[in-house]
Design a protein around this ligand. Structure first.
Ligand SMILES: Cc1cc2nc3c(=O)[nH]c(=O)nc-3n(C[C@H](O)[C@H](O)[C@H](O)COP(=O)(O)OP(=O)(O)OC[C@H]3O[C@@H](n4cnc5c(N)ncnc54)[C@H](O)[C@@H]3O)c2cc1C
Length: 484
């Protein structure tokens, strides 16, 4: 969107006023450029694209009441735009930060507790999954959260959430029994199967379109050690790996303890591909039969071992780079996977930018055992159904240093994914669903939920946010009225 200089000046004046009003009520929780809190928060973003944006001020929230006060002030100042920041793992510019507006940093809301019988874990919306696993592991329970511990509870859950436990309990959002949320009016409310059940469903896949979630209550899962690690094969064995992946992901009776990601990596500097798989088993079993075919393929490295979730999820931090995420969902087919690699290679091999680029392609099963939970516990709006059959989600990521190449990388990635979609469509394997948490801003994940779900979400927005605060004043993320 082009913005004139006049509009920019107006926005800047509004933001200054907005931050001053917030400072009056929230005092030192509001920080400004040049102050150490502001600098630390800016530096905490995961992607370059997000950390280079400059809000007029940050709110470092530490209680639900801070968020409630802030939203009531902001939502009544016309044109004061804001962003909601969790653990910042959505890389696109503006998803969790904003130029010239207010960014509400939720990471201070990270307290975790369990109820008496440990069946429900209450988690502050700004926590990281590692915080959660470290708290829950010693209690012998867990929740179906993110695989990389640095990822945020807020963004992952509101967009769906693929966890190691998904085949046992569904998308992460399917396991939420209560959302504590600040609505556009500033009102703090609980949303669950009995209180606002219509909004309860909308929040399960609805992203940041309905309010700022301050706490999630998740159903827990009894858990001890799991089998985790990765195996790396020589790239010449890729078709055998694809066959093993497809046999597992496409199985008529999918083993619900099975959760794997097959990852392909292409490094422009060496023009080399590599392939690895993380075959997780969410039970303490060293050699589960489900992985026999995969593990019979000669490997160069294997780190598979029994471990705790909190140990395994503590992955080393990645360097701050520019990142692009694109996604697609497909029916399971070895032939499609082979064509996918050929198609990606046809572009990636000769594509280069100053200081190079790394491309990563992740293949993640989406079996019907996961999608069958979509109609339980009040339902979700993702539009994924067991009637689609077993499928898999593909995440294409690009990571590179040279910011001047951002547009070129985005366009190239978009073309590659469109090409793959064309191939899959021709084979009758293209699915409408595009996973929100892996989607680029140019994609339309909400449209992919299907017409009925889109209409439902729009209805909920009119009911709970009649002024459209989360549609127009929170520009980051995927919005309801822009989708198909
Ligand atoms: C290294 C890595 C590993 C990943 N692993 C997984 C995985 O295992 N499974 C999976 O499903 N996905 C995974 N993802 C994708 C991840 O789910 C998304 O990136 C997700 O958006 C991250 O959430 P966040 O809170 O960290 O991000 P943020 O960038 O802080 O937020 C993402 C979006 O959610 C909104 N949001 C955040 N908190 C709130 C809140 N409290 N209320 C309202 N809106 C909010 C923000 O406004 C923003 O639009 C991974 C991503 C990365 C980079």
């Amino acid at each position: 969107m082009d913005v004139s200089i006049g509009q920019l000046m107006l926005r800047s004046a509004v933001s200054t006023y907005c931050c001053a009003q917030l400072s009056n009520i929230l005092g030192s929780k509001i920080s400004y450029p040049g102050q150490s809190q502001y600098t630390t928060t800016t530096a905490s973003y995961w992607s370059n694209q997000e950390s280079t944006l400059q809000p007029a001020c940050f709110l470092t929230a530490s209680t639900s009441s801070d968020v409630s006060k802030a939203v009531s002030i902001i939502s009544h100042i016309p044109d004061c735009n804001f962003a909601i920041k969790g653990q910042t793992h959505a890389p696109a510019a503006g998803f969790a930060n904003i130029n010239n507006g207010v960014t509400i940093d939720m990471t201070g809301l990270s307290s975790i507790s369990v109820n008496k019988d440990k069946s429900v874990a209450s988690v502050g919306a700004g926590a990281s999954w590692l915080d959660v696993y470290k708290y829950l592991d010693p209690l012998g329970v867990t929740v179906a959260g993110g695989r990389n511990g640095a990822v945020g509870v807020g963004g992952l859950t509101l967009g769906g959430g693929i966890s190691y436990f998904a085949p046992r309990v569904g998308w992460t959002c399917d396991t939420v029994v209560n959302f504590e949320i600040v609505l556009a009016s500033g009102q703090l409310t609980n949303v669950n199967a009995n209180s606002h059940p219509d909004l309860f469903r909308a929040l399960k896949g609805g992203g940041n379109n309905f309010g700022v979630v301050t706490r999630f209550d998740f159903k827990t899962i009894p858990n001890g050690q799991i089998l985790a690690g990765s195996v790396k094969q020589n790239f010449t064995h890729r078709n055998e790996v694809f066959k093993a992946f497809s046999d597992i992901a496409g199985a008529k009776h999918y083993d619900p303890y099975t959760s794997l990601v097959t990852g392909l990596l292409f490094v422009s500097a060496t023009k080399a591909w590599s392939i690895s798989t993380t075959p997780i088993y969410t039970k303490p079993v060293l050699n589960p039969p489900v992985y026999r075919e995969l593990l019979a393929i000669p490997s160069t490295v294997s780190t598979l071992a029994l471990t705790n979730l909190s140990t395994y999820a503590a992955e080393p931090a990645t360097a701050k780079l520019n990142w692009a995420f694109f996604t697609g969902t497909y029916g399971v087919s070895v032939e499609l996977l082979e064509k996918m690699v050929d198609s990606f290679n046809a572009t990636m091999y000769d594509f280069n930018i100053p200081s190079g680029i790394i491309w990563s392609v992740s293949l993640e099963p989406l079996p019907t055992v996961i999608t069958s939970f979509g109609s339980k516990n009040g339902g979700n709006v993702l539009g994924t159904s067991p009637s689609d059959g077993n499928g898999f989600v593909m995440l294409l990521s690009g990571l590179w240093n040279n910011t001047a190449s951002n547009d070129l990388v985005e366009k190239t990635a978009s073309k590659m994914v469109n090409k793959i979609n064309g191939i899959a469509k021709g084979m009758g394997l293209l699915r409408e669903f595009q996973y929100m948490n892996y989607a680029d801003p140019s994609q339309d994940p909400i449209g992919g939920y299907g017409k009925d779900n889109v209409e439902y979400l729009r209805e909920m927005s009119k009911k709970y946010d009649s002024r459209g605060v989360f549609q127009t004043r929170v520009p980051g993320g995927f919005k309801l009225f822009g989708s198909r």
